[in-house]
Design a protein around this ligand. Structure first.
Ligand code: NIG
Ligand code: FE
Length: 407
């Protein structure tokens, strides 16, 4: 243990390590966490702390809860406009699919987003990212998918990248060009997939703008055969893949994703046992999105028991988007994961930390362990259950990002 290289120590903390194999969120009371540079240098009981050089800043946490920084592993953060009129139409009886088939839904956001400048989109995205950061989010996935042509998809990915450059949050950018068939390709979905595979994806790769590739496998979007072409192309470009699967119907997208070695399959309300088994075998994370379930008034919950039985890691995310999940709160998604889907409070916390990191292919974060990136949150709370049991409170007292204290 080399306390000489430490910058600061937080002691008298209640640590929820969220590490694998530790019971009850890995809770340790009267514990200390030492930061050296951007890493967690040491973690242990207060009484086992070594003598500290004067240069090390020591902070007494007063028994406060400390968790890993929260990770929102599924958002559509970059878009213009809003879809409140469609919400109103749904309240009058229209369905999400009816609205989509009539050219609304995702395509109405595509029209607004294509018309918006990169700077305007950046301003909106920064404002939204800051809201998530006030909840203790330190890593954020952002998908494209409201551009649906070469220039506009790249515009969205550039905005995602700039969010991560401007704000102290890690951004994982995902190319979701196969989100919907754009109007100029109406009735020609295969031709649009050709464009995605031959032009958009290679351009995103060569500009270094995509960390993974996603697609929407659904009757109102792309068929399994079309999705397979997109995932295969991503693999040829050495990009990891993920998939919107089994949200509104069972298209066997989860098994398709798992077969492609996907990092995650997301939504999964209509997942069947074969899909769960395939995900378990491939190590594909199940990302559950209770916001979309809630806003669309769905009644079929994802088969959490099946996921548990097969040992599929479960992550939770906001799915923040203007249509199916205008929910800019990962904390509320945790609570909804418990109340609507029956997750335990511990599962909800693991779902926005350890398992969310895995859904992004990031092995340097998501738990409080020596050697991990020093992304952590000191909460106005004493117990980890408080994060899922309550909404709006508790608040982060301080969020450390790569070892840097706030402000
Ligand atoms: O994750 N399911 C597909 N995509 C989004 C919805 C996007 C939209 O409605 O604008 C989702 O729910
Ligand atoms: Fe989504």
């Amino acid at each position: 243990m080399q306390a000489d290289s430490w910058n600061r120590v937080l002691r008298n903390a209640t640590l929820a390590s969220c590490a694998a194999g530790e019971p009850a969120a890995g809770l340790r009371e009267r514990a200390a966490i030492a930061v050296g540079g951007d890493r967690i240098a040491w973690i242990g009981a207060d009484r086992d702390l070594p003598a500290l050089p004067d240069a090390v800043e020591v902070v007494d946490a007063g028994g406060a809860l400390v968790t890993p920084g929260l990770i929102d592993c599924h958002t559509h953060l970059v878009f213009a406009g809003n879809r409140a009129p469609e919400f109103a139409a749904r309240q009058r009886g229209a369905s999400y699919e009816d609205i989509a088939r009539a050219g609304g839904g995702i395509l109405s956001t595509v029209r607004a987003t294509r018309a918006a400048s990169e700077e305007a989109l950046l301003a909106l995205a920064l404002e939204r990212a800051r809201v998530l950061m006030t909840e203790g989010v330190t890593t954020l996935e952002i998908k494209s998918g409201y551009g649906l042509d070469l220039d506009n998809e790249l515009k969205l990915l550039r905005v995602a990248r700039r969010v991560g450059e401007i704000l102290p949050v890690t951004v994982h950018a995902t190319l979701l060009a196969a989100h919907s068939v754009p109007p100029e390709f109406a009735g020609r979905a295969d031709d649009y997939v050709d464009l995605v595979v031959a032009t958009v994806l290679p351009a995103a790769v060569s500009a270094g703008l995509a960390d993974s590739v996603d697609a929407f496998c659904e009757t109102i979007a792309f068929s399994p055969a079309q999705v397979r072409r997109v995932l295969d192309a991503a693999r040829r470009h050495h990009l990891p893949v993920r998939l919107h699967a089994e949200q509104l119907s069972n298209s066997h997208g989860a098994a398709l994703a798992a077969g492609a070695g996907a990092l995650s399959a997301d939504h999964l309300e209509h997942l069947d046992e074969a899909g769960a088994a395939a995900m378990a075998a491939a190590g594909t994370v199940a990302v559950l999105l209770p916001g979309a379930f809630y806003f669309l008034g769905e009644t079929r919950v994802p088969p959490v028991g099946l996921l548990r039985r097969h040992g599929v890691p479960i992550a939770l995310a906001s799915d923040f988007n203007p249509g199916s999940s205008p929910l800019l709160s990962l904390r509320l998604a945790m609570n909804m994961g418990c109340v609507l889907f029956g997750l335990t409070a511990e599962e909800a916390l693991a779902g926005v930390t350890r398992h969310a990191a895995r859904a992004l292919g990031l092995d340097d974060r998501g738990t409080l362990e020596a050697g991990m990136r020093a992304d952590f949150v000191v909460w106005d709370a004493a117990r980890p259950e408080e994060l899922a049991a309550q909404v709006g409170t508790p608040r982060p007292r301080a969020t450390f990002r790569a070892g840097q204290p706030p402000g």
